[in-house]
Design a protein around this ligand. Sequence first.
Ligand SMILES: Nc1ncnc2c1ncn2[C@@H]1O[C@H](COP(=O)(O)OP(=O)(O)OP(=O)(O)O)[C@@H](O)[C@H]1O
Ligand SMILES: [Mg+2]
Length: 316
Amino acid sequence: MREVMAANREPDTEAMPPAEGEAAVGRAAAGLRPTAARPQQAGNELFDEIEGGRGAVRHQLDEEVALQLRDVSVYYGEFQALDGITFDIPKRRVTALIGPSGCGKSTLLRCFNRMNDLIPDARMVGEITFAGRNLLDPSIDSVDVRRRIGMVFQKPNPFPKSIFANVAFGPRINGFRGDLEALVEESLRRAALWGEVKDDLNKSALALSGGQQQRLCIARAIAVQPEIILMDEPASALDPVATLKIEDLMRELAAEYTILVVTHNMQQAARVSSYTAFLLAGEERTGRLVEFGPTQGIFTNPEDRRTEDYITGRYG
Ligand SMILES: Nc1ncnc2c1ncn2[C@@H]1O[C@H](COP(=O)(O)OP(=O)(O)OP(=O)(O)O)[C@@H](O)[C@H]1O
Ligand SMILES: [Mg+2]
């Protein structure tokens, strides 16, 4: 059990600020056209507007829903980190969560697999419906949730064990009785790592490069056959080549899995995701959903001026 927790523990990492001009580069790379400039609004009005948007479902999906969020709020003790998050996350698509540092992206991601349970004083209210049940209901078995909803962190965190043992770990503790070698191979293939490691399965996972370690962590997440994969800035510690591999992988995996990815990289959000949710915190630091919809629309013609401001790098 302790090792399960270790697998799910987020490493201590500094948040990476978005790079200067990244939005424009992102749009160009993604072949998206820029939007017309909108008038700036100053001061607190920025955040008063968000209050008004609380509770309503943003963008009615016309496809299958994997996770339905209704008025989700998260508190750390007295502090409210998220307020009234309401939207539907589509099945077998990549959905990007974007927003400035501290707006609550990781907090929201941690709601989906009950990782906030591990934080003393964290309290979640509202409803996240997954497979007909409210994930926030305290009676839900968090171990079962974490098998069905896996997580990949910013810093690759393989166990100090062999490559094989890393991938086999989850199935083993879940009592998998089938062909473990075949499952490990299949998981490594799906994570686009098999070709690079097939002759080294007994070597230490720690000897792999950062990009390989991250694909190993994705293979480890896939091996327990989850339905949803959560990724918190999965490529931000990697070089550009390794990053593109992870992005290709995300797009491929979306054929079978629902993927939620937090990213500070606008270029990446535009390249990999079908839908984007933009969160923003006000002066009191409580994060709210400003806009959710198809990525193409969010990047080329956002409904909210604050989305435009963020994408074009006006605040980060
Ligand atoms: N364990 C915790 N205890 C108390 N406050 C927390 C805790 N974790 C996060 N917070 C606070 O909740 C808010 C949201 O934090 P969170 O880490 O979710 O933001 P984020 O959008 O992921 O930021 P970043 O882009 O920097 O990773 C911040 O104000 C943060 O200080
Ligand atoms: Mg974060």
